[in-house]
Design a protein around this ligand. Structure first.
Ligand code: NAP
Length: 524
């Protein structure tokens, strides 16, 4: 492998600007990208394992959730033998990759960011057709992927030249950071590029090899990312793309004795299963596996009687229905002071009535489809539960069209012990609950096994102070929506059953993929 010139100190990190689709040139570029992507749709994709492509003949088909008869890609699925080979080869190649100078790894990650940036409209289009994201949501995902790459590249420069330790007399003392080994990266479908790229590039830039097991809903986006890694110059064996269902290859990868770490983002149920399986040492295993598991949310927005109600209603509606409520950070509980409850509900009802639902590629739609037929069924079942548990204000069923469309739904008067208040629905469903005062609202908000994001709207600084102190979430927002975390500014990760709070996009994140070694040399 050739080593390009050292990157030198990278300039200060800045967030990638999101595309303004109201500008005609950007609209035209989006239309052209969609046409390019549509020409490519329906192709077969091979696995990438241990440095070469593989076919198995057993295919996974991914479809456009806006138009389920449209095939996005057909993907060869890994067999257990290939999955085993992927992790064993990642382990075997680790020594070589871990010795590549950090500056070179940084350079490759920056190149990957540049390639994604160059292909931004194409990546946006793949996210529109495979994940059902509207153009702005897709562009947010792609911009975040670029941000993760640029941010972690800079963080690696920091960890490659650590701060000096205290020097003992007669010694040269230092602490350096080493990569861990071969890891498994398991992303969800809801940020199929950003989260996959973030976890993979963080692991790679730190000097680890990775086996990426993409979500079965969004395997084409994973293929496009693997193309970027190869073109950026990542060695063929530094990563594998091991498409296949969680149940057939997921457990195997997690349990393998050569797996050193698992970097997972997804549901609570799967995260806990991975944590449990990884905790059990297997024959030949010489380490405790490290598990980073970022999981679900039941995120609340508190609306105080002293809030700007117009701004609070806008924040709640954007947080609840952006990407059809399929964000771990989505607002699924609005906890509203009784003094402003009815007025607030009216405002939300009016704003929800103005939301448009339909195919994600049509820029006129604010909401696209949910990800799959099974997700639609699960969400509609929850809506039926909600109708019994509370009072239906808006929506309440499927929306018209050939895709997996659901009406934005608001259900009021939900009790804190109700299922709709406690369980993650992961769809466009908002439960509204009345609080007596701000203290009661905080108690209600914290009455959850999750603790991912939360927001409080109030003009009273004392109440905001209390929220800072008592609202038990990993990401708290005051007088703004609870979605839209920005890399660098809002390191992201939750408490309790929301996960291990690894804070993606934060200054400590790379430590998840590193181990520190202390060295003392006697001198003189
Ligand atoms: P999921 O069903 O838990 O799946 C996540 C990933 O795990 C997928 O790649 C899935 O593969 C894989 N998987 C399933 N079973 C497995 C097993 N036994 N072993 C190993 N891997 C396995 O979650 P999802 O539906 O994709 O994503 C939505 C969830 O993610 C929500 O709960 C959301 O709140 C959470 N989320 C959390 C964050 C955060 O930062 N906290 C961010 C985004 C999303 P298959 O697709 O093949 O099943």
């Amino acid at each position: 492998m050739t080593t390009p010139a050292a990157t030198g100190r990278l300039s200060a990190f800045t967030n990638e600007p999101v595309t303004d689709f109201s500008i005609p040139a950007n609209r035209a570029a989006a239309v052209a990208a969609l046409a390019r992507v549509r020409k490519e749709m329906g192709c077969d994709y091979e696995l990438w394992i241990a440095g070469s492509a593989h076919k198995t003949g057993d295919l996974l088909t991914s479809v456009n959730p806006s138009q389920s008869s449209e095939v996005v890609g057909r993907h060869h699925k890994a067999t257990p033998e290939l999955a085993t080979r992927a992790i064993e080869d990642a382990h075997a190649y680790f020594t070589e990759w871990s010795r590549v100078p950090a500056e070179h790894r940084v350079e490759l990650v920056v190149r990957a960011a540049a390639l994604i940036r160059q292909r931004k409209f194409d990546f946006d289009a793949w996210l529109v057709v495979e994940a059902g994201k509207t153009w702005p949501e897709a562009d947010g995902d792609v911009s975040e992927a670029i941000d993760f790459a640029e941010y972690y590249a800079r963080q690696m420069q920091k960890f490659a030249s650590p701060e000096p330790t205290v020097q003992m007399p007669g010694e040269r003392d230092e602490m350096i950071y080493l990569p861990l080994g071969a890891g498994i990266v398991i992303p969800p479908w809801n940020f199929p590029l950003a989260i996959m790229a973030g976890m993979s590039l963080a692991a790679l830039v730190a000097g680890n090899t990775v086996v990426i097991k993409p979500s079965s809903e969004t395997p084409t986006i994973a293929q496009k990312f693997a193309e970027v890694l190869r073109e950026a110059g990542f060695p063929a064996r530094s990563f594998s793309l091991c498409t296949g269902s969680g149940s057939s290859v997921g457990d195997l990868l997690v349990e393998h004795p050569k797996t050193r770490f698992v970097s997972f983002t997804g549901s609570r149920a799967v995260g806990l299963r991975i944590n449990e399986l990884a905790a059990k040492p297997r024959k030949g295993q010489v380490w405790i596996k490290r598990v980073v598991a970022e999981m679900g949310g039941k995120d609340a927005i508190i609306v105080d009687r002293e809030a700007d109600l117009e701004s609070a209603a806008t924040g709640v509606v954007q947080s609840a229905y952006g990407y059809q409520g399929q964000k771990c950070s989505a607002c699924s509980r609005a906890i509203v002071d009784e003094a402003v409850y009815d007025e607030f509900l009216e405002k939300v009802k009016t704003k929800v009535a103005a939301l448009t639902v339909g195919p994600a590629d049509d820029p006129a739609n604010f909401m696209g489809p949910v990800i799959s037929a099974s997700a639609r069924k699960a969400i509609l079942d929850y809506i039926e539960v909600g109708k019994k548990e509370g009072r239906l204000i808006s929506g309440g069923g499927p929306a018209a069209g050939d895709g997996y469309f659901i009406q934005p739904t608001v259900i009021a008067d939900i009790d804190s012990k109700a299922r709709l208040f406690q369980e993650e629905v992961f769809g466009p469903v908002l439960a509204v609950t009345k609080s007596k005062d701000f203290d009661h609202a905080l108690q209600l908000a914290n009455d959850s096994e999750y603790g991912l994001t939360g927001a409080a709207y109030s003009k009273n600084p004392e109440k905001l102070r209390k929220a800072r102190e008592q609202f038990f979430v990993g990401n708290l927002y005051l007088n703004r929506k609870c979605t839209g975390a920005m890399v660098g500014a809002h390191p992201f990760g939750g408490f309790n059953m929301s996960g291990t709070d690894s804070k993606a996009g934060g200054p400590d994140y790379l430590l998840q993929f590193l181990q520190a070694k202390s060295i003392a040399e006697k001198i003189g």
